[in-house]
Design a protein around this ligand. Structure first.
Ligand code: SF4
Length: 703
């Protein structure tokens, strides 16, 4: 039987933060080598055998004909920038193949030359939440120790940076307080600014299961979604009206005395100030901004506050705003006011996006903090890492993703190393970001394909795909999980940790890691969050949740029942004021543009658009509009529109979507041929430094 596998390897899905465990079934094919035939769900703690369409079918991208198998060097005189006629399958005209020796010498030599001419802060690094924990640790260590700069960031900045900022400020920890499986024990679950059936599909199955068992699901979002069918209440608020809605709910809880005074007295500080602050923010006052009727706001507040056990889940509909941190502060205040943390079936859970955005952040791929969120400005923290790494550390916090692009445009950052990230597709206001990237004097890109970003590179280093490497990743539930290499690397492609180490050695560092397990061992010396979690334990158990109290104990599914990890041990209420979006709609740009993901595609599409089944399912860019919008524009589905904002324009097909409101358009950001981020607004949340991807004023025109 040609479909019969010769062997199996257990690993983890490389896509979303749910972190489904899976088994690769591998055929030793005499003609094509070792290939993954199919994938099955494994009985992991976050999936119990379930997989979504990406996990099940998105495994063949490593075999795509455009896969990089040799290092590439830009040909002399070829200008940097996107080639509109770029065909990844055609022979490369802008680059030539090179040996590893030549490519690594050029990559590291260019970075070293810029450092010596302009100082450490002329260099920056973007890692990726697709990196394993060990790769993330090595990459941020290289930037801090080898470059001497803290300009290291990754896509957490575009995802939940505002949520993490609010959580750190209010409860002293950036991770979730309870796993999503706790929803099964909750009486009420609020899902807001998230669309789990699309973005966390296996988590969505737990929410459905909870609803079937009697949990009241409350969905608060500007768009409708598949989970509405399971919801007790589904409320579509006005885009950008979230802070108003949550403050009005807080007002009702205070006004009607629905708060939990005993919990507040025992575990929090600042409630009196919050009470005074929300006094004026009545449902009647907030209703015009959020578009929800006052009586409905009162009902929502009562449902949450009077539940015995309640949880709040949120996603990027909340975080990707100039008021993203305020949104998360409000949700935290709701939970604290009602005593809804620290017990089974209660908690705060920002659904993490990528498979390892939690782990890459924990490992320190963030400009202002060292691993485990320890500030680079803290001399004691720096001293501990200086001893561990035997190198001095820069005390100045680095720049964030969008700030680095601005610094390149301004000419202060001149060289970059980008690992697995695709900012030429994922950054807001792409015309600005791409112009900036073309200005870089030296760019090293490490990836699987000649991505949009790699087209700006001086050197491209062929890296390892997830099924080709050993490494750990940490999912949205704080579960550290082990992925195992299932198939060999193609051609001359190399493991990412090996490539980072080769750059480090050429920058004068004496690194000599032989395997990711040695990197993980070093991480356990610098990260208390990994106490009692070892590589050997993960080899045996596949998954351990942090924090973990003992070598043979399961980790904590629910945390902070006694105290919060703040200086006082108490959580803090932070009042917020409703603010308008950065770029409200007006007569010239009357429609709200919202960007996001599709079920079948992952982020910028570099992997899923090279997976045959997934690309067949969703092969081209589409804009989703409410039926009434199509009527207004005299369009039928399948016709084309041009969407224009103050920053750019794209043309794409329209699709009718009854889940959309009038006055809104939704565009996925994975299609290079109609790149949604040409349109998006780079305005930043002042605290989390996250751009406002979820609101841009646009104009729709029939083509
Ligand atoms: Fe992979 Fe997420 Fe789908 Fe699970 S839910 S199979 S982790 S993409």
């Amino acid at each position: 039987d040609s479909r019969a596998a010769d062997r199996t390897v257990d690993s983890v899905c490389p896509y979303c933060g749910v972190g489904c465990q899976l088994t690769y079934h591998i055929k030793d094919d005499p003609e094509h080598g070792e290939r993954i035939l199919f994938v099955e769900g494994r009985d992991g703690p976050s999936n119990q055998g379930r997989l979504c369409v990406k996990g099940r079918f998105g495994f063949d991208y490593p075999n795509h004909p455009a896969r990089l198998t040799r290092p590439l060097i830009r040909r002399p005189g070829v200008p940097k920038g996107l080639d509109p006629d770029f065909d990844p399958r055609a022979p490369l005209t802008h680059f030539r193949e090179a040996s590893w020796e030549e490519a690594l010498d050029l990559a590291a030599g260019g970075l070293a030359a810029l450092k010596s001419a302009h100082g450490p802060d002329a260099l920056a690094g973007f890692g990726s939440a697709k990196c394993s924990n060990e790769e993330a640790w090595l990459f941020q260590k290289l930037v801090r120790v080898g470059f001497g700069s803290n300009h290291v960031d990754h896509c957490t900045r575009l995802c939940h940076a505002s949520s993490v900022a609010a959580l750190m400020e209010c409860i002293g920890s950036g991770a979730v307080t309870a796993s999503f499986m706790q929803a099964l024990q909750a009486d009420v679950v609020i899902l807001t600014g998230c669309n789990p059936a699309i973005n966390h599909p296996v988590a969505a199955t737990y929410f459905k299961q909870a609803a079937r068992n009697g949990t009241k699901l409350i969905i608060l979002d500007p768009r409708g979604q598949a989970l509405d069918a399971y919801a007790h209440r589904s409320v579509r608020f006005t885009p950008g009206g979230d802070v108003s809605l949550y403050n009005a709910m807080l007002h009702v809880i205070v006004d009607e005395g629905l708060f939990d005074q005993a919990y507040i007295d025992a575990h929090t500080e600042g409630f009196e100030a919050l009470k005074a602050h929300v006094r004026e923010l009545t449902p009647e006052a907030m209703s015009p901004a959020c578009g929800v009727a006052p009586e409905q706001i009162r009902e929502l507040a009562r449902l949450y506050a009077t539940a015995d056990k309640a949880m709040i889940f949120w996603g990027m509909g909340i975080s990707q705003h100039v008021h993203g941190t305020d949104n998360a502060r409000c949700l935290i205040s709701l939970a604290l006011a009602c005593g809804q943390t620290g017990r089974p079936g209660t908690g705060l859970h920002p659904l993490r996006g990528q498979n390892n955005v939690q782990g890459a952040s924990d490992a320190g791929m963030i400009p202002m903090v060292l691993p485990d969120y320890q500030p680079v400005t803290d001399a004691q923290v720096r001293a501990a890492f200086e001893e561990l790494w035997n190198a001095p550390l820069n005390p100045t916090p680095g720049l964030t993703v969008v700030e680095i692009m601005d610094a390149i445009a301004a000419g202060t950052v001149k060289g970059m190393y980008i690992l697995g990230e695709n900012p030429a597709m994922s950054d807001p206001d792409l015309n600005h970001a791409r112009k900036a990237m073309a200005k870089l004097e030296h760019l090293v890109v490490q990836d699987l394909f000649v991505t949009e970003t790699a087209q700006f590179a001086d050197v491209i280093l062929p890296a390892s795909a997830w099924p080709e490497k050993d490494g750990t990743v940490t999912n949205t539930n704080r579960q550290v999980q082990l992925g195992r290499a299932a198939v060999p690397l193609p051609g001359e492609a190399k493991p990412d940790w090996w490539i980072i180490q080769q750059i480090a050695v050429r920058l004068g560092l004496d690194w000599d890691y032989q395997h990711p397990r040695e990197v993980f061992a070093e991480m356990t010396q610098g990260m208390a969050s990994l106490d009692h979690i070892s590589w050997e334990r993960l080899e045996r158990e596949s998954s351990v949740t942090y924090p973990c109290p003992a070598n043979d104990a399961p980790g904590a599914d629910v945390v902070f029942s006694e105290a919060f990890p703040t200086e006082s041990g108490r959580a803090r209420f932070t009042p917020t004021r409703p603010l308008p979006p950065d770029e409200p709609v007006d007569g010239d740009f009357p429609t709200v543009l919202i960007t996001g993901r599709q079920l079948e595609h992952w982020h910028t599409g570099s992997m899923t658009r090279r997976s045959r089944v997934l690309d067949d399912l969703e092969p081209e860019p589409v804009a989703s509009l409410a039926p009434a919008e199509l009527v207004r524009l005299r369009l039928t589905p399948g016709e084309h529109i041009t969407i224009t904002t103050r920053r750019g324009a794209i043309t794409l097909k329209v699709r009718v979507d009854p889940l959309m409101r009038e006055g809104m358009v939704f565009v996925p950001f994975c299609y290079g041929e109609a790149a949604a981020n040409l349109l998006t607004n780079p305005a930043l949340d002042p605290v989390g430094k996250i751009p406002e991807f979820k609101y841009a004023a646009c104009r729709l025109e029939r083509v």
